[in-house]
Write a protein that binds this ligand. Sequence first.
Ligand code: PLP
Length: 393
Amino acid sequence: MFNQELQKLGAEHSAIRELFEYAIKRKKEIGEENVFDFSLGNPNVPAPACVTEELLRLINEMPPEKLHAYSSSAGIQEVRAAIAQYIENSFGVPMSEDLICMTCGASASLVSVLSALVLPGEEVILPAPYFPEYTVFIGQSGGKMVPVPTDEKFHLDLSAIERAITEKTKAILINSPNNPTGAVYTRGELEGLAALLERVNRTRQEPIFLLSDEPYRELCYGEKPTFPPTVYPHTVVMYSFSKVISLPGERIGYVAVPPACYHAQDLFHAVRGAARHHGFVCAPTLFQRVVAHCQGMTSDLEIYRRNRDLLYGALTDMGYSCTVPEGAFFLFVKALEQDAKAFCARAKRHELLLVPSDSFGTKGYVRISYCVKRETIERSLPAFRALIQEYNG
Ligand code: PLP
C-alpha cells in the first residue's frame, strides 16, 4: 500500500503535459511542421551569451572538486550577496544575503515558502486564472486555496479580494507578469492591494503575507513591473531563472525575504527548514554561480514581442477575442464555445494544441504559449482561420 494521494498525483498527467506528450507522438506521424504545439511554456529563445561564457569560464578556471561541490543549504555566500546587492540596486529595497535562499526554481521556492508559512486549514487567496501547479503546492502545505476572480482584463479585483479575506487568510499569492493571461499588475493596483492588506492587518495580530511568484519578472513588453516589496513589506519573493534567461532544465531560482517583513528571520529559518524537509540539499552549484553573473540579463525578448504581435494581430483580425499580453509569453483567448475542453478538442482536429482554461481555475478560455518558432505561428494561421469558420458556419 502506498500513499494514495501521491499515487494519484503521479499517475495523472497535467492537461499541459498530456498535450505535450501527444504533440511528440503526432509530430512523428505527420511531420513536425504540421503540428502546432502551443501547449508548454518552454522558452524557445536561447539563453543570453553570458550564460555560455560564464559556464566556460567556470569550467576552465575552477577546480572541478570545488565547482561541483555541495554549497551551504541556502546557497553559495557570494551568490546570495550578489543577489541581495542586485535587488538593492535595482529596486531600492534593503535586502540581506542572510535572507536569500537559492532554490531549484520557482517550484521549489513555492513549495518551501508555502510549507513554511501556511498551517493546516489556513487560507491562501489566489487571483484566478492561476498557474495550475499552485493547487499541488498549496495542497501539500495543508492550506486551503481560495480562488478569487480577476477583472475583465485579468487584473486584480480588490473588492473580490476583500470579500474573500477571513481570519484564516494567511497569504495572497500573486504572479505578475502572469501565466496564463500575460497581465502585468500596475504599481497603482499593487498599492491598492497593499493599502487593503494594511487596513485588514490593523484588525489582526499577524499580517497577511503577500507571496510574489516572479518567474517572468523581466519578461515584460511595457514598463518594468513593480517589485512588490516596494509597496508592501510583508512580501516573500520567489524568483526563477527558468524563463527570463531560458534555463528551465537547470532548476535554479531563489527565495528572498525582505528584512522589513514580519518576523523575517524566523520565517527565513522556516523556509530553510521546509527546503530541508523536502530534501532540497542545495540548489545546483554550477548554476548558482552562472546566474549570479547573469542577473538583469534576459534572452532576446524582441523575439517574444514579435510573436505576440503576430499572433494577437492575426487572431483578433480573424474575430477571436483576447486582451493583449503585457508580459510573459502566453495569449489567453476566449474559446468559441462555453466548454473550453470541447473547443480544444475541435482545435486539435486542425492540429492546433491549445490548453483549456479549466486547469487554470477559469472556464471558457484557452492558453496559447507563443514561445515557439515564428514559422510555427505563421503556418498555424490557416488552421486558426478554419477553426473559427467552423463556428461561424
Ligand atoms: N510559477 C509560474 C507562474 C510558472 O509559470 C512556472 C513555470 O511555468 C513556475 C512557477 C515554475 O517555474 P520553475 O521552472 O522555476 O520551477
